[in-house]
Design a protein around this ligand. Structure first.
Ligand SMILES: [Zn+2]
Length: 100
């Protein structure tokens, strides 16, 4: 096993490939660039990409009904959500809703 492959080119065996590119836009992530992790295993090239993934996940989870804990630390949406309020009141008991 080689500890570090500095001229790693096209092999998928040295590093887990999920850390090679942005989960959302597939942009290559180099070790020198910032990587924004989400849920411990999803790397993103930017906060914007990560935020989009978070929003997609949340939309999905809302549809499935909120099951387990999620912590989205920085949800800052300019969306005004009046309909969401009743949702939140129900869901907040499960301790999973991050309200912007
Ligand atoms: Zn990206």
């Amino acid at each position: 096993m080689r500890p570090s492959a500095s001229h790693y080119a096209g092999g998928e065996y040295n590093r887990p490939h999920f850390l090679d590119s942005c989960t959302l836009c597939q942009k290559h992530l180099s070790q020198n660039s910032d990587i924004y992790m989400y849920r411990g295993n999803a790397p993103f090239c930017s906060q914007e990409c990560r935020q989009e993934q978070i929003e997609m996940d949340e939309a999905k989870e809302k549809r499935w009904k909120i099951s387990s804990s999620k912590r989205s630390s920085s949800v800052r949406q300019s969306k005004d959500s009046t309909t969401e309020e009743s949702d939140t009141n129900k869901a907040v008991r499960t301790g999973t809703v991050a309200v912007a």
